[in-house]
Design a binder for this molecule. Structure first.
Ligand SMILES: NC(=O)c1ccc[n+]([C@@H]2O[C@H](COP(=O)([O-])OP(=O)(O)OC[C@H]3O[C@@H](n4cnc5c(N)ncnc54)[C@H](O)[C@@H]3O)[C@@H](O)[C@H]2O)c1
Length: 472
């Protein structure tokens, strides 16, 4: 039987269990991104805001041939949890409620989230797992006490069980929205589950707090994603654990401002075989994330995540003349007056026919957390879907949302936003037993079999002008 939560147009899939009951959303790190995300969802629930930027809420998906005119909303096509069924919880280094965090971060004006102030004030973070070796610029006040990292993980597992019981949630997902950690030294503790569990018990210095949260979630079969560039679940032990417990995992680092631009422009340059000679990117940012990134250790983690995208898109090994010697520089400067309203500048030096130089300039006045919040929502809903569809381990189809997509070690990550988008939608089609769309289209003009007959649309969607919309 179809879930009463979903519109009639949604076909039930044998491969995906229905989204029954409440979904617990656990967020280690309750700062700018988390508070903007939760405030937005609560406002949307009351029809006081629009979830702009969210594919799960606003995008349609084409099904079948263009003349079939089938393009339901994604949320009407795949069985996703409803916003009304989301319950939020999390951990932070500071005891501020989500309301207080939203006021302090200043992403939204307090007037905007006043209608949901009761809901936001009721969400208080649990005490955090912390290690000053991995985060130097913050002085936390809201911490757990534990003799070693194994006990820390057990406390997080107990928090999760208590949250589940108290809030009567059926399922859970966890998303790291905490600060960017300094990268740990590579160590044998990251190699296998056995070594990692031994490392937790031995309080290994190479295990970071975000790894402790990831372990707590994944060991319980809870889907886990990482919105920051630190490793967290991107190492062999955690991949092994996720495959064993059936937990879908994804990461790393939400693709929001400048990398969103980079992974959109670079595919165009490559598609048109225009050469790249240099790409200089600089940002000013004044929120707590900017403060953390002011530490060279945390910046290094971010820099790796931001710089690798161009090479994987442009493939200099295949096109040495076009992309073999470009200069790529990324800077982030902490500049408090701007708060969360980041400004990014890109200067792109390109070359065309006969190596004639040209330039592209981008000045993106974006709002970091406004771009990140819909990504958090989509990841929550898609990870929960993946769990119900029995998908386990790395979910590369969610690369669309990340600067530095986690993938199998023998594969190159896919950073081209258009390929990522196609991959995401085709995965949804496959999950629901629909045809994959490759946009090849020769069969529309097949002289032997003839062009397939158009099927009249059951309900042609009227355009604003009153004319019937043509098949795409
Ligand atoms: N804002 C964006 O657009 C964007 C884009 C990509 C990635 N990110 C990443 O997402 C993360 C969150 O960004 P933000 O702007 O909300 O930052 P933020 O500084 O406002 O919030 C991060 C919160 O994490 C908490 N925290 C740090 N370590 C913790 C721990 N061990 N346990 C529990 N809580 C911990 C901090 O106290 C802080 O409140 C950052 O790592 C950032 O780099 C953000």
């Amino acid at each position: 039987m179809m879930s009463k939560h979903h519109p009639k147009s949604q076909k039930p899939s044998a491969r995906v269990a229905p989204a029954k009951g409440r979904l617990g959303v656990l967020l280690p790190g309750m700062g700018a991104v988390t508070s903007t995300f939760i405030a937005g969802v609560e406002l949307c629930k009351k029809r006081l805001g629009q979830p702009i930027g969210s594919l799960t809420q606003m995008q349609t998906i084409r099904l079948g041939k263009r003349y079939e005119n089938r393009a339901p909303l994604i949320k009407a096509f795949v069985p996703l949890a409803r916003l009304e069924d989301l319950v939020f919880g999390g951990w932070d280094l500071f005891p501020d409620s989500v309301y207080e965090a939203a006021v302090k971060c200043g992403v939204l004006a307090p007037d905007q989230f006043r209608p949901v102030s009761k809901e936001l004030s009721a969400i208080r973070p649990m005490k955090a797992v912390f290690d000053p070796a991995y985060l130097r610029n913050l002085k936390p006040t809201h911490l757990k006490k534990y003799p070693n990292k194994w006990e820390a993980a057990q406390q997080v597992i107990a928090d999760i069980a208590e949250f589940k019981r108290k809030n009567r949630v059926e399922r859970l997902v966890m998303l790291w929205c905490g600060s960017t950690e300094i990268l740990p030294k590579p160590s044998p503790v990251h190699a296998t589950v056995k070594a990692f569990e031994g490392g937790l018990k031995a309080d290994s210095p190479e295990i970071t707090p975000s790894m402790v949260y990831a372990y707590a979630a994944i060991s319980q079969g809870i889907p886990y994603a990482n919105g920051a560039p630190n490793l967290s679940a991107d190492f062999p032990a955690m991949v092994e654990l996720s495959e064993r417990t059936g937990s879908p995992i994804a990461g790393k680092d939400f693709k929001t401002g400048q990398t969103l631009m980079k992974t959109t422009i670079a595919p165009m340059l490559k598609a048109r075989m225009l050469a790249l000679r240099g790409w200089y990117s600089t940002n000013i940012l004044g929120n707590r994330d900017g403060e953390v990134l002011d530490d060279p250790g945390s910046f290094k983690t971010k820099e790796i995540s931001k710089t690798s995208v161009l090479d994987t898109i442009l493939e200099p090994e295949l096109y040495p003349a076009l992309y073999g010697r470009y200069h790529h520089k990324v800077r982030i400067d902490y500049y408090p007056p701007r708060g969360d309203a980041k400004e990014g500048w890109d200067n792109i030096d390109i070359a065309g026919w006969l190596d004639m130089p040209m330039q592209i300039k981008i000045n993106f006045l974006c709002r970091d957390s406004i771009l990140a919040a819909p990504i958090v929502l989509d990841l929550v809903l898609f990870l929960d879907l993946a769990g119900r569809a029995g998908l386990r381990g790395i979910q590369e189809w969610l690369s669309f949302y990340f600067k530095s997509p986690q993938c199998r070690p023998d594969l190159k990550p896919e950073n081209d936003i258009f390929i990522q988008h196609l991959k995401l939608k085709n995965t949804l089609r496959l999950l629901m037993g629909e045809e994959v769309i490759d946009h090849s289209g020769l069969d529309y003009y097949d002289p032997v079999r003839g062009t397939p007959k158009p099927v009249p649309s059951p309900r042609p969607a009227p355009m604003r002008s009153g004319k019937t919309r043509l098949a795409r």
